[in-house]
Design a protein around this ligand. Structure first.
Ligand code: GDP
Ligand code: IMO
Ligand code: MG
Length: 424
């Protein structure tokens, strides 16, 4: 059974926890897109881990983890992450972590370009994670990027870096940024390459062989479907295809081999960074922030918060082909008297059931809400569907109906055991 797990909203839906839950039944876990803009939190045996580039499956012994060709990889960032996971007691070797030789490399200058571009946009900034993700994907599309295959041979890497640094610095200066020191970049990338080299292989045959031999591959999506460069709130998106299609191009596993697509969603909605958010709500934000929740795992920024949006999720379910939803953070709604779900958008007096393409129109949309009674009860101790309050179960069922995709599991807390399978 090969299962794809992706974020269905704007990221931070709790993918890390869902992946961790499903890893037990899998043999391989693979990331196919994004970079260290991702921050996936897993709480296991009372310890908290935040994964950025390393697949969340690494926390389970005996599982093969793969960083696929569609990922953009910051070599020094990855080394730092591996070392910090090792300090937490996680075993990482060239046997359990493979890196595709076709993944693109994020250089320090990409981060500088990301920052310079964001600064130049002023109050129109996208609010990127400033990790150089967009500029690295731009290099890939412009066919001037460095790939992990270029890290295999040190002398080849040195000259490739020298060439790329020259043009990248010219670009940075045009944007008003301070040119980066080419030697410092070369030293840092060469040092990281030495450590990563044993992990770099052609992962495409490895993944396909694992499948043909009856293994179970779990695809770990990063970001969320509404940050997809094609389907999201463009230009307030990330620079990869975060939707289900991106998992195939990002790993070299064909669509015919995918058995199940799971969309992870929060019981409400959050977003970090700028861009339209029709169901954004100050009451929801104040409540969640007051509980110390909804601060970014990568940047620590407070996340914007609002009610669940069935327009967004219905659209997301359509282009991703979700078989079921994994709802997380249901306990985040425990304190509300009334819970709202956005069921349509209103734009200049017209009702929309799908989001508009034009960002100005998306921004101008007003939410049309359906209201449901809250349960005003702590659900974090619930361990089965029967344990959940009646109004809570009614919310989960209605949520699934409105987005046209059933909810398969709900999360009532960040720990491994706080996951409940939805009953009838
Ligand atoms: P990801 O990027 O999709 O993996 O999500 P993040 O790790 O960035 O953010 C999700 C946050 O929600 C993390 O702090 C998780 O520990 C937490 N979380 C996940 N599921 C649940 C849940 O069901 N209830 C609660 N209270 N927290 C959860
Ligand atoms: P995970 O995998 C939430 C957002 C940024 C910004 C936009 C573009 O943890 O869900 P980028 O740095 O990618 O160019 O920024 O995308 N963003 C995320 N938001 N979760 C993430 O990852 C994100 N990765 C990027 O905040 O709005
Ligand atoms: Mg996250």
């Amino acid at each position: 059974m090969n299962t794809l797990v992706i974020g269905s909203q704007w990221g931070d839906e709790g993918k890390g926890k869902v992946i961790d839950f499903l890893t037990e039944r899998s043999t391989v876990v693979v990331r196919g897109q994004g970079g260290n803009n991702a921050g996936h939190t897993v709480i296991a045996h009372g310890k908290k881990y935040v994964l950025h580039l390393v697949p969340s499956g690494i926390l389970w012994p005996g599982k093969l983890c793969v960083i696929g060709n569609g990922v953009v990889l910051d070599p020094a960032g990855l080394v730092e992450e591996i070392e910090s996971l090792r300090r937490q007691g996680v075993t990482i070797t060239p046997e359990n972590l493979l890196i595709s030789d076709r993944a693109h490399v994020v250089l320090p200058v990409h981060r500088d370009i990301d920052c310079a571009q964001e600064d130049a946009l002023g109050d129109q900034a996208i609010g990127t994670t400033r990790r150089g993700i967009g500029p690295a994907y731009a290099d890939k599309a412009r066919r001037i990027g460095l790939r992990t295959a270029d890290m295999k041979d040190p002398s080849h890497l040195r000259s490739a870096l020298q060439r790329r640094m020259k043009t990248a610095n010219e670009e940075l200066e045009r944007l008003g940024g301070r040119p980066a020191d080419p030697q410092a970049t070369i030293d840092s990338v060469m040092k990281a390459a030495d450590l990563l080299r044993p992990h770099i292989v052609d992962t495409i045959p490895v993944l396909n062989k694992a499948i043909s031999e009856g293994g179970s591959v779990l695809f770990e999506g990063a970001q969320g479907a509404m940050l997809d460069i094609d389907f999201g709130t463009y230009p307030f998106v990330t620079s990869s295809n975060t939707s289900s299609g991106g998992c195939c191009t990002g790993t070299g596993v064909p669509p015919s081999k995918i058995d199940k697509v799971i969309g992870v969603c929060k019981a409400y909605t959050t977003r970090v960074g700028a861009g339209p958010f029709v169901s954004e709500d100050a009451e929801v934000a104040d409540y969640l922030h007051g509980l110390g929740r909804e601060f970014g795992a990568t940047t620590g920024r407070p996340r914007r918060c609002g009610w669940a949006d069935a327009v967004l999720l219905g659209y997301s379910s359509m282009f991703n082909g979700f078989h079921e939803m994994a709802m997380t953070n249901l306990d985040g709604l425990d304190g509300f008297q009334t819970i709202k779900i956005c069921v349509a958008y209103k734009l200049s007096g017209k009702i929309l059931i799908h989001p508009p393409a034009l960002i100005e129109e998306w921004d101008a949309c007003e939410p049309v809400y359906e209201e449901l009674p809250g349960w005003r009860q702590d659900t974090t101790g619930c361990r089965s569907w029967e344990d959940l309050p009646v109004a809570c179960k009614a919310y989960v069922k209605r949520f699934g109906e409105l987005i046209g995709c059933p909810v398969g599991t709900v999360g009532v807390g960040p720990d491994r055991e706080q996951t409940i399978t939805v009953g009838d």
